[in-house]
Design a protein. Structure first.
Length: 351
């Protein structure tokens, strides 16, 4: 065992605090990584505060990890000491169910093992990236091919793949008009990626003051969703919508914006269910309402390579480790453009 240092939630109603714990020594198939940067995902906050009623304490959040390899096991061939490496939302799965066999480990029938908070269906706790190092099976470690700006690469390991996966699965590309609902940590990545895929992008936002930023990020149009006239102008015009909003809201106005046989995919996970939808918004145009999680390991690597080749990274605000509790409060207010990333070099001083 080696001692790791990080920050943990010890209960749902307490701030995160410095925390030391044991990591396993690398086995033959393992890669040990010194963590350079870790993105702050809204899921971190949900889990730390047990808002999904499944948190295992102590909880060390963090699943948007970029670091440098410190050691490798004897069977590891794709990574060597000194390489850049990434770790996303999962660090294992059953490896033998149909989903795992098809490279869709995120849908593992037996529950993938989260980078923090343990297996989906119960089991030993796992402790994540708000820490100085991590040890992960080589099958769940990603290559980082970006040059520079590594802190802004970290959010790709969750926000990037969460948006890339449905855009790729539904074959978004040139000639399509694609809507993105919400301009937050997920939404700003969706705009960048959909634009790089060749689509015409419409950003739906409740806030007029996000118009200029949405256009800067690559949106072709911006629609204020509170404005009934602007929404009516979009009726039956969109091939696909990626809805990134994690707060409860009415889905019907967005479904009405889809063409016949269009699809809206939900990737935000609200604390309370959305109302509706009105079934007639689906059946009268053969529209589809779907959901999507992250991507499998192969697709996550595909996303990283796509983003590297197109110069795509997240828009971030760097924070110190000891600013994490303040960052959570700011995140609740939407006061970040568009992803916090922890500089793990500050952990030593923070602890």
């Amino acid at each position: 065992m080696s001692q790791a240092h990080g920050y943990a939630a010890l209960s749902p109603d307490q701030a995160l605090v410095p925390f030391s714990f044991d990591r396993r020594e690398p086995g033959p198939d393992d890669v040990a990584i010194d963590i350079l940067y870790c993105g702050v995902c809204h899921s971190d906050l949900h889990t730390a505060r047990n808002e999904w009623q499944n948190t295992l304490y102590p909880c060390v959040p963090g699943h948007e990890i970029v670091g440098r390899v410190r050691a490798v096991g004897s069977n590891v061939r794709d990574f060597k000491v000194g390489d850049l490496a990434g770790v996303g939302c999962m660090v294992d799965s059953c490896r033998h169910c149909p989903s795992c066999a098809e490279g869709e480990e995120q849908y593992c029938e037996n529950g993938f093992v989260g980078t923090y908070n343990g297996p989906m269906f119960g089991g030993q706790n796992t402790l994540g990236g708000y820490s100085d190092h991590i040890v992960v099976d080589m099958r769940y470690v990603l290559k980082i091919r970006h040059e520079g700006n590594l802190a802004a690469v970290a959010p790709l390991l969750c926000a990037g793949i969460t948006t890339y996966s449905p855009l790729a699965h539904w074959k978004v590309g040139p000639g399509q008009k694609v809507g993105v609902v919400g301009l937050g940590g997920l939404g700003h990545m969706a705009v960048k990626i959909a634009k790089a895929m060749g689509a015409s992008v419409v950003l739906f936002t409740t806030s007029e003051n996000k118009r200029d930023d949405a256009l800067r990020l690559g949106a072709d149009e911006v629609v204020v969703s509170r404005d009934a006239q602007q929404m009516a102008a979009q009726a039956n015009t969109l091939d696909f919508i990626l809805n990134t909003v994690a707060a409860q809201h009415n889905l019907d106005p967005f479904l009405a914006a889809l063409k016949r046989e269009g699809t809206m995919v939900l990737v935000g996970a609200p604390e309370h269910p959305h109302p509706g939808p009105n079934v007639f918004n689906l059946i009268m145009k053969r529209r589809s309402l779907a959901g999507s999680l992250i991507g499998g390991i192969a697709q996550t690597q595909e996303m990283l390579d796509f983003c590297a080749s197109h110069g795509i990274v997240a828009d971030i605000e760097m924070i110190r480790m000891d600013e994490i509790n303040e960052a959570y409060e700011r995140m609740l207010k939407g006061d970040v453009k568009y992803r916090f990333v922890i500089d793990m070099a500050t952990l030593k001083g923070a602890a």
